[in-house]
Design a protein around this ligand. Structure first.
Ligand code: MG
Length: 343
């Protein structure tokens, strides 16, 4: 159901409708100019927040179909999962969280709900997108980090798993293409080595082809492991209802062996990629820009656009500035910074 009752549509199911509403938001379109891990001044090859979202969606739908879950629901939740990200990804999120510390802080997961429930105004009969409860539930779970439920729906669990499968594979691929890593460094990572052996099969592949093939293979081995492990757990748990899913530990997941290998890859990426000096350098300057924008708008609120200035009378100046900055793309944030602070 939906918070505001709406007539059903004969040609489109409720979750298809949710998906369509999500992809018609401004927040969704802006994902194309928001950082995933690497900012756009580093090049044009690597993933941005939108292409990451599409990769998650594609992986999540494959898993959902194989497990005979609701593919439309999974698609809607996947397309929404990162919609709340501010410019510059987690670096931007950290700045807003500090700036809004005495106002409840900032998290991209909570902000995604704010976008789809309040901020996107495009329908005359209700605020936000009036999405189905099932579509919202996955995001509510991410935002609240548990509370009443032990687990979200199986569809929401699939989206979380697909997110992790996507970034573990594409962050390694992007870092290699950007020259932040070279292939020999990854030899210490066992999941990478297994994938290399599988794709090369004794052939001598060029470094570029090897890298690309391994990036795909990494997704494949993770998805296969997830499916095998999850099918066994579903059978063992004798699930009878969606409600039963929510009262027990998550069922969609990897084998212990795969979890271990993913942890190794993630620690490697943390050490060698996310903390790479050229990533840190861009991150520091982006964070400084957002901090000074926030500070400036706080002391000179008349610089806010009219619609935000009006909203600040209802919800307070701090949260309004937070909403305004969170809605910015990377390049709009840089442009506003240059316009307001560099002259
Ligand atoms: Mg994501």
């Amino acid at each position: 159901g939906r918070k505001y009752a709406e007539p059903v549509q004969v040609y489109r199911g409720p979750f298809q409708r949710d998906r369509d509403r999500i992809i018609h938001t401004a927040a969704y379109r802006r994902l194309s100019h928001k950082t995933q891990v690497f900012t756009n001044e580093l090049g044009d090859y690597h993933r941005n927040r939108l292409t990451h979202t599409l990769e998650v969606c594609s992986i999540a739908r494959t898993i959902a179909r194989a497990l005979r879950l609701n593919e439309d629901l999974v698609e809607a939740m996947a397309l929404m999962h990162d919609i709340g990200h501010p410019p510059f990804g987690h670096s931007g999120e950290d700045v807003l969280d500090v700036c809004l510390a005495d106002d409840g802080g900032f998290s991209h997961n909570r902000h995604a709900l704010r976008i789809v429930e309040v901020l996107e105004q495009r329908y005359p009969d209700f605020p936000g997108l009036n999405l189905s409860m099932e579509t919202l539930e996955g995001q509510q779970f991410r935002a609240a980090k548990k509370d009443a439920l032990v687990s979200p729906s199986l569809e929401a669990q699939v989206v979380d798993a697909a997110d992790s499968i996507a970034y573990d594979s594409h962050d390694a691929d992007d870092a290699l293409e950007l020259g932040l890593l070279d292939l020999s460094q990854l030899k210490e990572v066992s999941i990478w080595n297994t994938a290399v052996k599988k794709v090369s099969e004794g052939r001598d592949l060029s470094p570029v082809l090897l890298r690309r093939a391994v990036a795909h293979e990494l997704i494949d081995v993770q998805v296969q492991d997830l499916l095998e492990n999850t099918v066994v757990k579903i059978e063992r748990s004798q699930l009878q209802s969606a409600e039963q899913v929510k009262s027990q530990q998550p069922i969609v997941g990897h084998s212990d062996q795969m979890m271990h290998e993913k942890d190794d890859l993630e620690s490697f990426l943390m050490q060698n990629v996310y903390r790479h000096p050229s990533v840190i350098r861009v991150r520091d300057s982006a964070q400084a820009a957002l901090r000074s924008l926030f500070k400036l708008l706080k002391t000179k609120p008349h610089l806010l656009p009219d619609n935000y200035a009006r909203r600040s009378e209802e919800i307070g100046l701090q949260r309004t500035i937070g909403d305004y900055i969170a809605g910015m793309t990377d390049r709009f944030a840089w442009r506003e910074h240059a316009r307001l602070l560099e002259n």
